[in-house]
Design a binder for this molecule. Structure first.
Ligand SMILES: Cc1ncc(COP(=O)(O)O)c(C=O)c1O
Length: 449
């Protein structure tokens, strides 16, 4: 017999909770099983997953195709060293060649999104030497380890400084129209957020790469104006700089395309991805590059690797997930439900004064809450998050969980990113709970007079 209370105590007393003060991890939810878009706790209460766990369980739980592929590989050949090859390594390479943006046909495998970015970072710095500076943006997250946290704009970096402050990382303003860093308005802004990157490159000197999330994930589900990436591609080319995109979260149909960059027909020089590539059934990161970078390393030492690089059991989930995404697109469900989700979120905004902005694409949306719609005064700040202050979004998502809805939040917004298999009825179920719990913030609005 399992004893959930005993298990929770054992775990929280002896393991570290991620990204938190440890005392804030004393009563985590105990999950016993999961199926489709739902998971269940020790008392068999059902939760609708409106954030695909960490925006990674793109195909929900219990996908037989992926489970079978992993089990077969576990029996046949769970592991061979990275320097040896096997049938599964060929299969995954072929599958990726069929879906990656054209020209990105050289792959490095790792066990996570963080490591996919770390590989990109090392490649950039060697390939572009002596240029070494990297332009990232404030509203970004690129991973937990030294290099990728140094590239990160959000407050998680603050705790890693000064020891993990990497020389040469500079931060650009975000393509965040709701709170434009230049106080301009689209389309009259002439995409100043992109133009300023051109200015930065020319003034800084020694810039090797622009490193960005095509649709910013955790830090706001920020979809840039349609001109942004074509212009960034030009700026990169004109200045001899690489355009590197972090599609760890935005890839794998999260935005309605294989990769978010496909929306703008812009091909980056390097694309890092993870999460949805296995729909979170196994941990895999992928760094895809154009062939010039591989050629550069033909007779130069690529000083990078992992014991579990291209781990056969882990990568077995990739071709299976790719087949599942293809099937899902054919059914038409993906497009139908993403339209429905968009409509329902905008409709929700008409009923909740606290909803300052709703933005997103595909199955990837943010609800940003404000105290005052006119002034856009936020409930909380980055600094509140960093100083462990209780946040309004935290209060609301805790209440949602009590009502059977799992939804992640970051200091002023909720991340609506359900598994791509969700139906219209299940979307409605989640919206119904949001309709209820958003009243908590509505009641704390500052009068707009
Ligand atoms: C855009 C982005 N990059 C990198 C990462 C790091 O990936 P991982 O947590 O798999 O190391 C994340 C994780 O959320 C992410 O969203």
């Amino acid at each position: 017999m399992t004893d959930p209370e005993k298990d929770v105590k054992l775990i929280t007393n002896h393991t570290y909770g991620t990204w938190r003060a440890q005392k804030a991890w004393k009563k985590p939810l105990y999950v016993t099983s999961a199926e489709g878009v739902y998971f269940f706790d020790g008392e068999n209460r059902r939760y609708l997953d409106f954030s695909s766990q960490l925006m990674c369980s793109n195909l929900g739980f219990g996908n037989e195709m992926i489970i079978d592929a992993i089990c077969k590989q576990a029996k046949k050949l769970p592991y061979v060293a990275p320097g040896l090859v096997c049938e599964m390594k060929a299969k995954v390479t072929e599958a990726l060649l069929g879906v990656m943006p054209q020209g990105l046909d050289q792959f490095f495998f790792s066990p996570s999104g963080t490591e996919a970015n770390e590989a990109a970072l090392k490649m950039i710095r060697q390939y572009m030497a002596p240029k070494y500076k990297i332009i990232s943006r404030y509203r970004s997250y690129h991973g937990a380890t030294s290099g990728s946290i140094a590239l990160t704009g959000d407050p998680r970096r603050w705790f890693a400084e000064p020891v993990n402050k990497m020389p040469g990382v500079i931060f650009a303003p975000d393509a965040y129209c709701y709170r434009c860093p230049f106080a301009l308005e689209y389309p009259g802004c002439n995409i100043q957020c992109a133009e300023y990157i051109d200015y930065m490159i020319k003034e800084e000197g020694n810039v090797a790469a622009i490193f960005v999330e095509p649709v910013v994930g955790t830090n706001g589900i920020i979809v840039p104006p349609k001109e942004y990436f074509p212009r960034l591609r030009n700026i990169a080319d004109e200045n001899g700089v690489l355009l590197v995109v972090d599609e760890v979260m935005s890839g794998w149909y999260r935005t309605g395309e294989w990769f978010a960059m496909n929306h703008w027909n812009v091909i980056p020089d390097i694309l890092a991805t993870a999460k949805g590539c296995t729909a979170a059934y196994t941990p895999v990161g992928i760094t895809a590059t154009k062939s010039e970078i591989k050629e550069y390393f033909e007779d130069r030492y690529l000083s990078h690797g992992h014991t579990y690089a291209m781990h056969p059991l882990a990568i077995a989930a990739v071709p299976a997930a790719i087949e599942e995404y293809k099937k899902l697109v054919i059914t038409g469900l993906l497009k139908r439900v993403s339209d429905h989700l968009k409509m329902r979120l905008h409709e929700l905004m008409t009923r909740h004064e606290c909803m300052g902005d709703v933005r997103g694409i595909g199955h990837f949306w943010a609800i940003e809450i404000v105290k005052n719609r006119k002034t856009k005064e936020p409930f909380n700040t980055k600094a509140d998050k960093a100083s462990l202050k209780p946040l309004m979004v935290g209060k609301i998502s805790n209440e949602a969980l009590k009502q059977g809805l799992y939804i992640l939040s970051w200091y002023n917004h909720f991340i609506v990113a359900p598994p791509l298999i969700i139906t219209e009825e299940q979307v409605d179920e989640g919206i119904e709970v949001l309709d209820e719990v958003l009243k908590i913030a509505d009641e704390k609005m500052v009068s707009t007079g």
